[in-house]
Design a binder for this molecule. Structure first.
Ligand SMILES: [Zn+2]
Length: 129
């Protein structure tokens, strides 16, 4: 694990408490390292109208883009479930818009299990105009 990995994971672990997940009870946080060296975090934000729910990964990417950064170089996705979980299909497409080969770290805050992958492995053919 590199220093970048540790920082990204620890920022996401700290953000987990801010997850708003009263319906699924699945708390997720994501940290994105931009090419500018800044780290952007996001959490899942559920809604009683379920389809409006926003995942942690998209939350974090929106933070990044809102700050003027458009190149994610690494993303950590953290949950308190026993096993790490990968980004959903919508998030894979959303992230691919900015870096289809971004490095992704999946981490469980409850067990310490970690997987490293790349978006191009999880999602080899993103939709592109
Ligand atoms: Zn998602």
């Amino acid at each position: 694990m590199t220093v970048d990995d540790e920082i990204l994971i620890s920022k996401a672990v700290n953000a987990l408490k801010n997850s708003y997940a009263p319906y699924s009870k699945i708390h997720v946080a994501a940290s994105v390292l931009g090419s500018n060296g800044k780290v952007y975090t996001g959490v899942n934000v559920e809604n009683s109208s379920y389809g409006l729910t926003i995942c942690a990964e998209r939350s974090a990417i929106v933070q990044m883009v809102s700050d003027g950064e458009r190149n994610p170089v690494k993303i950590a996705v953290v949950t308190d479930l026993e096993d790490p979980i990968p980004p959903c299909g919508a998030c894979r497409q959303f992230i691919a818009e900015f870096n289809p080969d971004v490095e992704i770290i999946l981490y469980s805050a409850s067990t310490g299990k970690m997987l490293k992958t790349r978006l191009s492995e999880l999602f080899p053919n993103p939709f592109k105009l």
